[in-house]
Write a protein that binds this ligand. Sequence first.
Ligand SMILES: [Zn+2]
Length: 126
Amino acid sequence: MYCPVCFQNTLKVKSNGVIKLAFNGKSKNSSLFTYNLQKETQEQLLAKLREKVVDFFSFYSEFNNKSPIKNFEAYSADFLCTNNCKIDMINTKVSMIGMIYTIPEVKSILEEEGKKFGILIETTFR
Ligand SMILES: [Zn+2]
């Protein structure tokens, strides 16, 4: 990952922190969870992601006009540059998709849960 300050490939995810989710730019107050890469298995991290997707979808499925989910984000501010740059983490969002989650993992959770709640998933990941 490239550091936004020194532009070197030195940005590393911290071993623990918080991941926030946004669906079409919207999220609930509860659309976030902590992670600990040293203590949690990939299955546990995926279960947490799924739980928060379900939490949002069960809320969103009550809406009359449900537009398809075209934009899904799972991002964190818990990064550090090994060059010790001071990064403005309030305005920096780094996607965890492709970092701790793979695109197929995220896609299958969104599509499986979307089907259950009648929510169309049209998210494309780069
Ligand atoms: Zn840096």
